[in-house]
Write a protein that binds this ligand. Structure first.
Ligand SMILES: [Fe+2]
Ligand SMILES: [Fe+2]
Length: 295
């Protein structure tokens, strides 16, 4: 098992960095750092408001022969490209990957990867060893006080689609030590369409949700047919539902799949923002009156 200290950031690969950065700042309220220019790509890390202490990195190609074109033009692009986690030691991580039966990929002094097609379950995982001189992303929780932004409270989960819930739950557990998690509240989203499993990260920054098709006509099955197992959506909790919906209306961003529960004891709302609005990331947003009402 690979010992994960915390999640540093996740990364979205897009054709046009400025355009998506503008969306993340103006609509989602993220706070940008400087754009940096690397061989083959430009990147920028933006801080996500709320309690999750996570960065949202953007990468876009800056040359015709950039490695990113293959991703962007492939079945999974544009969209979430990798998830970066801090480890205590890259040397140990390499050994742990080998023990798990995976060949470490792209190994450098402080960095190693688990390749999407060589063990990563359709998603690229990046590990890096932090030191005092080498911390990539680090921020304290902060509130979003900007105007016309949705007001993110936290990143609730990343959802990963797979044919079999138990298999992928076990994989996350045995590969990274994430714990299978059952909230004490109703499951609002399983329905007839899909089956669901949840894992909590030791750092409690976010959860991983596993979704699997309940039958062959399920939208999860269609997703798997097109993209195979990979990340399906990202879920954000907002502070105030009226603020969030007003901000989306202000920017002309359409939502779908609105649901709410209006019982006095269990007030919550949710909606989805289509990947076309977000350069390839299906976003779920929700608000709940009290922690634990919406799971
Ligand atoms: Fe990254
Ligand atoms: Fe979800």
């Amino acid at each position: 098992m690979i010992e994960i200290l915390n999640v540093d950031h996740f990364c979205q690969a897009v054709p046009n960095l400025e355009k998506q950065s503008n969306f993340l700042q103006k609509v989602l309220g993220l706070v940008p750092s400087k754009i940096s220019h690397q061989p083959g790509f430009d990147n920028q890390v933006l801080s996500i408001p709320g309690s999750s202490r996570l960065g949202w990195e953007l990468m876009s190609p800056n040359a015709d022969d950039s490695f990113l074109h293959r991703f962007l033009d492939g079945a999974r692009g544009p969209g979430l490209h990798h998830l970066t986690m801090r480890v205590t030691s890259i040397r140990d991580t390499k050994d742990q990957l080998l023990e798990l039966g995976y060949e470490p990929w792209g190994v450098e002094q402080n960095v190693a990867y688990l390749h999407p097609q060589k063990g990563g379950q359709g998603f690229l995982f990046q590990f890096y060893e932090a030191s005092d001189e080498n911390v990539w992303y680090d921020t304290e929780p902060f509130a979003d006080s900007k105007k016309n932004t949705i007001g993110i409270k936290s990143v609730d989960h990343i959802a990963h689609a797979h044919q079999n819930v138990g298999e992928l739950v076990n994989w996350y557990h045995s590969t990274f030590g994430f714990s299978p998690y059952t909230g004490d509240s109703v499951n609002t989203s399983s329905g007839e369409e899909f089956k669901i499993g949840l894992l909590q990260l030791p750092s409690k920054q976010l959860k991983i949700e596993i979704i699997a098709p309940a039958h062959s006509e399920s939208f999860v099955q269609k997703f798997l047919n097109e993209r195979d197992t990979s990340v399906h959506h990202l879920t954000l909790e907002v502070e105030d539902w009226n603020r969030a919906t007003a901000a989306l209306a202000f920017h002309g961003i359409r939502t779908f799949g609105e649901r709410s529960n209006v019982g006095t004891e269990s007030l919550w709302n949710e909606a989805f923002i289509h990947p076309k609005e977000t350069d390839g990331v299906l976003l779920q947003i929700f608000w709940q009156a009290k922690p634990g009402l919406w799971e």
